[in-house]
Ligand binder design. Structure first.
Ligand SMILES: CC(C)(COP(=O)(O)OP(=O)(O)OC[C@H]1O[C@@H](n2cnc3c(N)ncnc32)[C@H](O)[C@@H]1OP(=O)(O)O)[C@@H](O)C(=O)NCCC(=O)NCCS
Length: 368
């Protein structure tokens, strides 16, 4: 007898503790956080960590305003976090879903889809490690595999892939959701005079360099190719954030300096993909970013930065580098290919001269 009712009772008690009596979807609050933690910590490896989350670290992964739980008879059945893409990625909704089973995943997805179709998102994007069950469940919901970065994650001595998926929403609208950006030449590149007499040296970023880099970033030939910039003057440097990231070992920036006039003319950086300094499956994976001031492009500055960045990567004990690049940014793709990056797949979409997809690229720093 006791056994027959126990599931029901646990479910009732858990719902009572969650403080939710109506509806199936709820936000995470101080009141239900312990139950939420126990749900997520049962499957914590799906987050890319082998160590449990506590009250503080939970919110690093799951900001409270964008995280939701779906409740069933036995308590929490799924948890998901959503974010609207930033900059040119605004037309995509990004999400991560953690579900107890396939059915729970499907239910969580209905809520995500509802939000996406309300925000006029054209795609939903997510990423899953190949050891997680979700990678066999997502295709059944209609997700397409977009890119696979092979063997980027290390879990207890074994290597696993990181798989990117997308879901196309465009046909689910009763109106045409694409805007007419194509004819407007939003990001038309302009002619600039090249500084051909430059003598370039590469070194680490110093605080005094940030003004010059902001100037270089806000040139149309530069921001046109980056994920953030829409408009001249709108590519901001959050200086405090950059300084904080460097101090915390979350950003390794190198700059190129023109020795003939002292100007800072380019920057390249590595950013750890790991979210935690211990126990993270992406502990030796970094994402790469690079740009060169318009007057100095096409003269070997990018190559110099790239060579030094690869040296820095080795000193960081890195095993894998990744990046994302607009698929029409031929100079950058050629530079990456020249230094051994290969394409992992194609991801939707960015607002740039209409809509452009991006390539995921990676470079292994070890031989198999
Ligand atoms: C992409 C970028 C960093 C390259 O730096 P750069 O200093 O111009 O590149 P380099 O002069 O060192 O050239 C390196 C390689 O890139 C390729 N490349 C550079 N300019 C190119 C161009 N206009 N067309 C085609 N390929 C080009 C070439 O393969 C070249 O090697 P090669 O000369 O041996 O053929 C630079 O053009 C830039 O800052 N662009 C704007 C910002 C950006 O797009 N960043 C990448 C975002 S993902």
């Amino acid at each position: 007898m006791k056994k027959r009712y126990s599931g029901k009772w646990i479910g009732f008690l858990e719902r009572y503790r969650l403080g939710v009596y109506l509806g199936k979807i709820a936000q995470v609050s101080d009141k239900n956080l312990d139950v939420v933690l126990s749900f997520i910590n049962r499957q914590v490896e799906k987050l890319g960590t082998v160590l449990p989350l506590d009250r503080k670290s939970f919110f690093k992964y799951f900001p409270p305003d964008r995280t939701f739980i779906v409740l069933g008879k036995t308590g929490i059945e799924s948890l998901f976090v959503m974010s609207r893409g930033r900059g040119k990625g605004l037309a995509t909704l990004r999400t991560r879903i953690y579900a107890q089973d396939e059915e729970a995943l499907e239910e969580a997805f209905q809520y995500i889809k509802k939000a996406a179709l309300t925000m006029e998102a054209m795609y939903i994007r997510t990423a899953v490690f190949s050891y997680a069950e979700e990678c066999s469940w997502l295709p059944k919901l209609g997700f397409e595999k977009a890119a696979v970065i092979p063997e980027i994650a290390c879990l207890q001595g074994n290597l696993y892939d990181l798989i990117y998926y997308y879901y196309d929403l465009k046909n689910e609208y009763s109106f045409r959701v694409e805007r007419e950006y194509v004819d407007e030449e939003l990001y038309k590149t302009i002619e600039v005079e090249k500084k051909r007499d430059a003598k370039i040296v590469v070194r680490g970023l110093r605080l005094g360099d940030l003004d010059e880099l902001e100037w270089a970033l806000n040139h149309i030939n530069v921001f046109a190719t980056l994920g953030s910039g829409f408009y001249e003057g709108l590519v901001w440097w959050d200086r405090d954030r950059i300084v904080k990231m460097v101090f915390e070992g979350r950003l390794y920036p190198l700059v190129a300096q023109d020795a003939s006039n002292g100007r800072i003319v380019g920057m390249a950086s590595l950013e750890p993909l790991a979210r935690r300094s211990i126990g993270d499956v992406l502990s030796n994976a970094y994402s790469l970013a690079i740009f060169v001031a318009a007057e100095y492009q096409g003269m070997g500055v990018g190559s110099k930065l790239m060579k030094e960045l690869l040296l820095l990567a080795k000193r960081l004990h890195a095993r894998m580098l990744t990046l994302e690049v607009f698929e029409n940014n031929f100079p950058a793709i050629k530079l990456y290919e020249k230094y051994g990056f290969v394409t992992a797949g194609r991801l939707p979409i960015w607002i740039q001269k209409g809509y452009v997809w991006s390539l995921k690229m990676y470079k292994r720093l070890y031989s198999i």
